[in-house]
Design a protein around this ligand. Structure first.
Ligand code: SF4
Ligand code: SF4
Length: 464
């Protein structure tokens, strides 16, 4: 089993990684295939680990146990597998039952503060910012009402999250400033902390924005799909001109200023920008707080969506980035690869959840027309509508959503070993396109569980 030897050292340069990643991806893709819903074996570390989905628990096992469990998994003998868990003392009551969440408290809202954009990205989920309707700004009155709703049921001393999205949110800069000041003033009375974030295309950022974001401690996410031409081909301005140079110039004061503010890069990965390790290195060098990759599985016009083969190439590239992350951690360097950090955090916490995210639960998106949706991607889509600011959240609709979206109701998630780490996949993508990325999701989780074992063994004092 060649990958068992793939202990990552901090020597040898990135050539090593380029050599190892495709082999590791092939191994991981093979080994992560679903076999039993009760148990999965994670091989490739010094010792094999048993992953138990119920509670997302991990245990190392002897070769003898590995052999026995492998045999039972191969023969699909689920009854004996369950008996084996009892024998090993690893059986436990169900951590997650079938009962859905019921009208949970709202803790996060995103405001589509400008449903318009100055760019013409080839794959935009928001139809170049307008969400399939007329272009418009959110009024201040709507923004204030949304903030009132967010704070209404928040207990004293707690935190809420307010996010500004578009289109391009900075096309309605005045409303961002006023809404931020309003939220802080209102929350202060009740000792509530408001955390702010914004996702921007970066083309309109100014030095004054940097000062403002720093003052209020914004998490600023900038959409960048590569370096230079690679970015420009996916994210041109409306007239077709490139945007990378402008963004880079605009970003300098923000990157230099980060104290309370954090500036991160978010890369939408399509079949055209799959060379991720070089891009990640470059963005780390530029000084981003973190860098995250997100594959494009669905675009309104079908352009640039990732197919099955592209997802295999993505896996190789993500693993190459992950191996670089491991090498840097071992060498004591900062290497803020967000997908890896998030996955390692979930694995070490033993995250087990019945939903993939907070959409339609504690998190909702508000449209410029003051309507509520399950999340920002559902804005103006009937399937995700959850009420409006005038009448509040429609709790019947919300609770039906939470009942139907529970991972125990998703097919084939109930049979999948990764179900409580994954939660059933992004609702929006699944509703629109089905579950096309499951092999990729499981493979990536498999690799990160391996990496977690390596890092805990080779750098026990390292923490996230
Ligand atoms: S969506 Fe997630 S939980 Fe469901 S089958 Fe796919 S990988 Fe497994
Ligand atoms: S449904 Fe999808 S896009 Fe919306 S918050 Fe969840 S993961 Fe994100």
């Amino acid at each position: 089993m060649m990958v068992k030897e793939a202990v990552i050292s901090n020597e040898g340069g990135s050539g090593n990684v380029i050599f190892i990643a495709p082999k590791m991806a092939a191994f991981v893709a093979e080994q992560s295939r679903p076999s039993s819903p009760f148990i999965h074996m994670i091989k490739g570390g010094r010792e094999t680990q048993l992953f138990i989905p119920n509670g997302s628990r991990l245990y190392t096992v002897t070769e003898e146990v590995e052999k026995r469990v492998s045999y039972l998994m191969k023969t699909r003998d689920e009854v004996s597998l369950q008996e084996e868990l009892v024998r090993l003392g690893l059986a436990a009551p169900e951590y997650i039952d079938d009962v859905p969440l019921q009208s949970p408290r709202l803790y996060a809202l995103s405001l589509a503060i400008a449903q318009k954009c100055n760019m013409g990205c080839t794959y935009c989920y928001a139809d170049q910012g307008s969400f399939g309707g007329a272009t418009k700004n959110m009024s201040l009155e709507t923004a204030y009402e949304a903030i009132d709703l967010l704070l209404k049921d928040c207990p004293e001393g707690e935190k809420v999250q307010l996010t500004f999205l578009g289109g391009e949110p900075l096309m309605n800069r005045k409303a961002i400033v006023s809404a931020t000041e309003y939220a802080v003033a209102k929350a202060r009375h009740r000792n509530i902390q408001v955390n702010f974030s914004i996702t921007t295309n970066g083309t309109l950022l100014t030095e004054a924005d940097a000062v403002f974001f720093e003052e209020y401690g914004f998490a600023v996410t900038v959409s960048l799909d590569g370096v230079g031409e690679s970015h420009d081909s996916q994210r041109p301005m409306k007239g077709g001109k490139g945007s990378f140079d402008t963004i880079l110039k605009n970003l300098r004061p923000l990157l230099a200023m980060q104290k309370r503010m954090q500036v991160s890069a978010r890369v939408t990965v399509t079949p055209k920008n799959l060379n991720l390790p070089g891009m990640l290195d470059e963005f780390v060098r530029m000084g981003f707080h973190s860098i995250g990759f997100s594959p494009l599985l669905r675009s309104p016009n079908g352009q640039n969506e990732m197919g099955k083969e592209d997802l295999s190439v993505l896996l190789e590239n993500m693993i190459a980035c992950g191996l670089n992350f491991e090498k840097n951690v071992l060498a004591g360097n900062r290497y803020p690869f967000l997908n890896m950090i998030n996955a390692l955090q979930e694995i070490s916490k033993g995250t087990h959840r019945p939903y993939p995210c907070g959409a339609g639960a504690g998190y909702m998106g508000v449209s410029a027309d003051a309507e509520l949706f399950a999340c920002h991607r559902f804005v103006n889509e009937e399937v995700g509508k959850m009420g409006d600011l005038k009448n509040g959240i429609d709790t019947t609709v919300q609770n039906n959503w939470l009942s139907s979206r529970h991972v125990h109701k998703q097919n084939p998630c109930t049979e999948c070993w990764a179900r409580y780490l994954c939660g059933g996949g992004c609702h929006h993508e699944v509703i629109e396109k089905g579950r096309l990325a499951c092999d990729y999701i499981r493979s990536w989780l498999y690799y990160t569980i391996q990496a977690n074992e390596r890092l805990s063994r080779l750098k026990p004092d390292w923490n996230l």
